[in-house]
Design a protein around this ligand. Structure first.
Ligand code: NCD
Length: 311
């Protein structure tokens, strides 16, 4: 069923994934979806391996889907939570990682509010590290599930116009998606007010193909995909927004904008959503919204990645 993948040790961002490897992961994800459609949703691929989920920042979708993915591959899964562990006694992250290694962990999945933490862990851990979101930096598995969902619904990513709108400057989802989408040949537009876009030179310097916009109504012309991002108030300094109402008027996915887009444009959101701020509830549940499919696909995509790292 599954082809033998090429060797990869860590998945910290998509910047070091070539188009071929992304395609291979999307292919494997299809096989994993097939596994998940069976009555017994489990294969023995990771039997005897131990996956430790270390979530230092809140998470629902990502944490649960990593857990389901590891279980569907028959791995031993341990959920580490900083609360109730020796972290509360002042044990450092690296001591914790060494302890987990001594206890036999093979793969560490880590989410942390500090950008770069997964690189630090990778330097001190003999197994594999998967980044489940680090600060504003990267969220590679979210991007992989977004790529998979676009490909599943539209057939191909090459040449598609993808608009990412909202709190771009704080978004690890936007950054990882930029790597993945541009490698697979999509045309990406980032749309946000200047204070939530950040320096244009950073974006165009890193991804020269990207288009920047401050006007959503112009940006969404001819879009195949519009991906709304959550306003990340927890990472925001005061003064970035005049008012929520102003922001929503200019940048939210409203029913009027949905109508202008037409029924073939995919509406995406990584969740959690601020309904009535960046997206209207009736837009999030429209027939062309694929937000639930994104969540569902998250399990299969994480299975594909775990399988690849464990092989
Ligand atoms: C995203 C995250 O945590 O980076 N959510 C997710 O993983 N599904 C986006 C967000 O928090 O807004």
């Amino acid at each position: 069923m599954l082809s033998t993948p090429t060797r990869r040790r860590h998945a910290i961002d998509l910047d070091d994934f070539a188009a071929d490897e992304l395609e291979e992961i999307l292919e494997t994800t299809e096989s994993m979806k097939e596994v998940l459609s069976r009555e017994i949703k489990q294969v023995p691929a990771l039997r005897g391996r131990t996956v430790v989920n270390m979530f230092y920042e809140e998470s629902t979708r990502t944490r649960i889907s990593f857990e389901l993915a590891a279980r569907a591959l028959s791995a031993n899964v341990v959920a580490f939570s900083a609360r109730g562990s020796s972290v509360e006694k002042g044990e450092s992250l690296l001591d914790t990682v060494r302890t987990l290694q001594a206890l036999g962990a093979d793969i560490v999945v880590i989410r942390h509010s500090q950008a770069g933490t997964p690189y630090l862990v990778a330097q001190h851990f003999r197994g594999s590290v998967i980044n489940a979101g680090d600060g504003r930096h990267a969220h590679p598995t979210q991007a992989l599930l977004d790529l998979f969902t676009i490909r599943e619904k539209l057939g191909q990513i090459q040449g598609r116009k993808v608009v990412i709108v909202g709190d771009i400057v704080h978004s690890r989802v936007a950054r990882s998606n930029l790597w993945g989408l541009t490698r697979l040949g999509a045309n990406v537009t980032l749309c946000a007010p200047p204070t939530l876009l950040g320096p244009a030179a950073y974006w165009t310097g890193t991804w020269p193909q990207v288009t920047l916009s401050h006007r959503l109504d112009e940006a969404i012309e001819g879009a195949d995909v519009v991906m709304a991002l959550r306003l990340q108030k927890e990472r925001m300094q005061a003064g970035l927004l005049p008012s929520l109402r102003e922001y929503s008027r200019a940048y939210a996915l409203t029913p009027e904008r949905l109508a202008r887009l037409g029924p073939q444009t995919l509406i995406m959101h990584p969740g959690p959503m601020n309904a009535g701020v960046e997206i209207w509830p009736e837009v999030a549940t429209a027939p062309n919204a694929v937000i639930e499919a994104q969540v569902t696909n998250g399990v299969a995509v994480r299975m594909a990645l775990l399988y690849r790292l464990a092989s």
